[in-house]
Design a protein around this ligand. Structure first.
Ligand SMILES: O=C(O)CCC(=O)C(=O)O
Length: 257
């Protein structure tokens, strides 16, 4: 894995006002190229992180029907499926999350997104600003609140979101025709964006399509503007989307996971 020199790395760590900074002290002397890319672009792609046989086991594991859930996705994946819980703490995933966020990164939420003939959708450019928490407690900067799948969710401030990463494991080949994610590189560095700021940034910067093969992982900041097109020939477009956070929430708020 490529690294930048110690001076650059320490500078990056010390500049903890950046949205993707770890907030830790400058003891980390080396930062990987991948982390620098992630901090600059808001996403990085990691090819072939999971091998074919393991992918098939995961497809079977998350294929079990969950009656209470909509057809396009399943929430609370770590609680529902031990295989996803194991994946979230597997060294390949943990190490990647720690590389991008710092050693305190831990999984806080997992969701399955699946585009099929019965549930095919497109999403406009947006950021993922809502987190799952254990219970509703009013804390400045957090809100509004909502309940999804029986779990309290709340819109979080950029200071929390900037210390998170979503690792998206593709269970199927996902070219643009199968609903690949499109992103606006660098948009995660602008904090939470209004609808008009979103439109302006999309026009100014343009977009990149994050095509992927089955087994690839797309690591993405929740603050990165992203959109997804409907699949043109949906059979399955399954993504296990696991969110990690390097930050604890301000007490008495707690992560749901
Ligand atoms: O996998 C996708 O299509 C994107 C899902 C997403 O961005 C969301 O639900 O917020």
């Amino acid at each position: 894995m490529g690294t930048r020199n110690a001076e650059q790395g320490a500078e990056g760590e010390a500049a903890s006002s950046g949205p993707c900074s770890s907030g830790s002290t400058a003891h980390v002397l080396l930062m990987s190229e991948r982390r620098l890319d992630f901090e600059r672009e808001g996403w990085v792609s990691v090819p072939s992180l999971i091998a074919t046989e393991e992918l098939q086991e995961l497809r079977v594991a998350v294929g079990a029907p969950v009656p209470s859930q909509g057809r396009g996705g399943i929430r609370s994946l770590m609680k529902r499926f031990p295989a996803v819980r194991s994946l979230a703490v597997d060294s390949r995933f943990r190490d990647l999350a720690s590389e991008l966020l710092g050693a305190t990164a831990r999984p806080v939420k997992a969701t399955l997104f699946d585009k099929t003939p019965g549930a095919n959708w497109k999403l406009p450019f947006h950021q993922d600003t809502v987190i799952a928490v254990r219970r509703k407690v009013d804390v400045s900067g957090f809100g509004p609140w909502s309940i999804k799948d029986g779990i309290q969710h709340v819109r979080a401030p950029a200071s929390v979101l900037s210390r998170m990463v979503a690792l998206r494991l593709h269970l199927d080949d996902t070219p643009i025709a199968n609903g690949a994610l499109r992103v606006v590189p660098g948009s995660h560095r602008r904090g939470r964006l209004s609808a008009s700021e979103t439109r302006t940034l999309r026009q100014e910067i343009g977009e990149v399509t994050c095509s992927a093969r089955a087994g690839d992982v797309l690591a993405m900041s929740p603050l990165l503007l992203h959109a997804s097109s409907a699949s043109e020939r949906p059979t399955h477009r399954r993504v296990i989307h696991i969110e990690y956070s390097a930050a604890e929430l301000p007490a008495p708020l707690e992560w749901a996971a």
